[in-house]
Design a protein around this ligand. Sequence first.
Ligand code: AMP
Ligand code: MG
Length: 350
Amino acid sequence: MHAYRKELRVAELAVQRACILTQKVFHEKTKGTLSKDDKSPVTIGDFGAQALIIHAIRKNFPTDEIVGEEEASSLRENKELSHQIWELVKETRLDDETSEDVTGGPIKDEWQMLQSIDEGKGAGGGSGRIWALDPVDGTKGFLRGGQYAVCLALIDDGHVKVGVLGCPNLPFDDSAPLSADVGNGEGRGVLFSASLGGGATSRPLSQGALSSGQQIHMKHVPDITQATFCESVEAGHSSHTDQATIAKKLGITRDSVRMDSQAKYASIARGAGDLYLRLPVRADYQEKIWDHAAGDLIVREAGGHVTDAEGRRLDFSKGRTLSENKGVVAAPKAVHERVLEAVISVLANK
Ligand code: AMP
Ligand code: MG
């Protein structure tokens, strides 16, 4: 039996169930149930997704550590918000009974939900089994109806073994041209997953049992000048200026495609784009493990190589952050070195 098979299945189903919740939150918001500038829809989505996913991990792997982005202290003080989240969480289920059971079934009550959220306070590190969870990555994308991702990865003794990304606004079609545009929402919603040595797959997100996955691969890039690179929408998260200079140095003429969240890793892994550049804007920023663990494995299992801006592999053994890394450079194996050379020379000449 393939290693981490059960972990992969639990993670896929837990992420799929959490995506049902985030989509519901977004839908309610656009229907005007919640006020437009109110930040709470995001908060609801984040907390609700975290509660559901941690519940599933706890039921299946009670002794594993969890490093999640959110914690519940603000909810314990804001009862109304807590109730709102509970209303959503308690009605979110997969419509296939066996799959729903795998995710741990319903959470008992609101108190239990808050307990679940608070179990994401793990410190991380280089030994044992640690789940890294970002319940809604790309909050700004989520708000603007763009890309966001529900992200979950299992790190064992410092190495990512399982990675799952739920991307409700990416198109089903792996070969659809890379675009930040989400159209009218038809034909969208993809679950990406990978286990170490087991390859990477994509499949449409469903409301019930997992649909069948298909293997994904990065695109062959015979001519780097024809590559498409993606980067964050937010200029505060990575340096658009440095990234443009690097692209120019490589002879890339196409504009970058900007999208929020780990949907960038997923997009290059399926060959919709080629490169992902994330050059630091601030020397002291430490990337969070939950923003990269799943994407790192999915890209590598699809035939890519992922390093930081200095060529080091991302090191997930240092705690909640990637304290030993600066930035991210992800590319197909065959061209990564070439891209990294350009990155290093641009940074050296700043
Ligand atoms: P993206 O959607 O790719 O722009 O990345 C979103 C993630 O960027 C969020 O989940 C934050 O954890 C992270 N983030 C916040 N501030 C910074 C920063 N100064 N540099 C890099 N990443 C950041
Ligand atoms: Mg995030």
